[in-house]
Design a protein around this ligand. Structure first.
Ligand SMILES: *Cc1c(COP(=O)(O)O)cnc(C)c1O
Length: 354
């Protein structure tokens, strides 16, 4: 038994979440975004489990992520690379049979020059103003790529987590119009939150990420997502502290009554944000154990007075999972579920569970 924090990935939960998201867009195929090591959950294992569940289209950000995914998945599934390619990466794309997403006219030109009739995807920016061809460049891209095989046209929603936001409808119309430059080609617009906006947003392929891992905005009534991972940390020390004493660096928390405190091995070097000082929490089953004082590099102190009889040195408490909900912990730590799961540190012990 080590003293490390432990992240246990739940492959069956992730496959169940994929099926639940697929059921919301039954006219579309449902892909899976597994960039950034499947949002910190372990991309080979996650993609393997999703392929067994029936997923045929995967998305990563970088060519190298795609190369290792291809090794894990074998020849069948489509692997799209959101960032396209860097100079010199076309041979890797060819070798691993990745599908680059072309985001600029420069990438369009390079792809056309390299054309050996491998498929590519087109990303048109319809309002995010981040990555993708500008709408006014789409016609030129279409002309330049006339001899190339384009098998997906995509765009990305800016405010999908705000169903009433104007931009959703605007981007939907702009995308529908621009995608018609490639008639008959598969289209993809929706991330996780986009799949909650209704059937209009599904097109032929959806691209959920965070929902697969149990996070993101609250899904529609009747859809329940399960945690993609459970993060637990071991208790290193349990002690009584007295009124007037403080906890942690800077003495930012002062006790007003006698409390039982426990210090656990989980800190900002492990991915627990320092902004969780005096606002984050761990769970012991149903009981919430508030963070008292600042988060240190590898340590966090909790008030365990409520459950003092159930916790001793070596006990594990939960920071993420079925009791400590990802988005609730994220709010308490001043961030988003995305950042928490992708930010877990290298020394967090990893377990992959079915
Ligand atoms: C990351 C990403 C997604 C997935 O978004 P979620 O909000 O995690 O579902 C979809 N499309 C693009 C272009 C992305 O970068």
């Amino acid at each position: 038994m080590t003293n490390l924090p432990v992240a246990t990935t739940h492959l069956t939960h992730i496959a169940d979440n994929w099926r639940a998201l697929a059921a919301l867009q039954s006219d579309a195929k449902t892909g899976a975004v597994v960039k950034a090591n499947a949002y910190g959950h372990g991309s080979s294992a996650v993609a393997g489990a999703l392929a067994r569940a029936g997923c045929r289209s995967f998305f990563v950000a970088h060519v190298l992520e795609g190369v290792s995914l291809r090794a894990a998945l074998g020849p069948e599934p489509e692997i799209f690379v959101f960032h396209g390619f860097g100079s010199g990466e076309i041979p890797l794309i060819r070798e691993a049979r990745l599908i680059p997403v072309l985001n600029t006219l420069q990438q369009v030109g390079q792809w056309r020059e390299a054309n050996d009739n491998l498929p590519a995807a087109i990303h048109i920016d319809t309002g995010m103003n981040r990555l993708g061809l500008r709408p006014e460049e789409a016609g030129e891209a279409r002309d330049q790529l006339a001899e190339c095989q384009i098998n997906l046209v995509m765009s990305h929603l800016t405010c999908a987590d705000e169903p009433g936001h104007d931009l959703n409808q605007k981007q939907l119309s702009a995308f529908t119009e621009l995608a018609s430059l490639w008639p008959g080609t598969k289209r993809s617009l929706a991330n996780t939150a986009g799949t909650y906006l209704g059937a209009d947003y599904g097109f032929e392929l959806t691209r959920p990420g965070i929902g697969l891992y149990g996070g993101g905005p609250t899904p529609p009534a009747g859809t329940h997502l399960k945690p993609g991972l459970t993060l637990t940390a071991p208790v290193l020390s349990v002690f009584e502290a007295l009124p007037g004493e403080t906890s942690g660096y800077g003495a930012t928390y002062m006790l007003d009554t006698p409390r039982t405190l426990a210090t656990v091995a989980f800190g900002y070097a492990d991915g627990y944000p320092r902004a969780a000082a005096n606002s984050g929490f761990a769970m012991l089953r149903e009981t919430r154990l508030p963070v008292v004082g600042r988060v240190s590099m590898g340590l966090t102190t909790l008030d365990i007075t409520e459950t003092r009889d159930d916790i001793e040195v070596g006990s594990m408490v939960e920071f993420l999972g079925g009791h400590a909900h990802l988005e609730e912990q994220a709010i308490a730590a001043g961030t988003l579920g995305y950042e928490l799961v992708t930010g877990l540190g290298h020394r967090v012990e990893r377990i992959i569970e079915n």
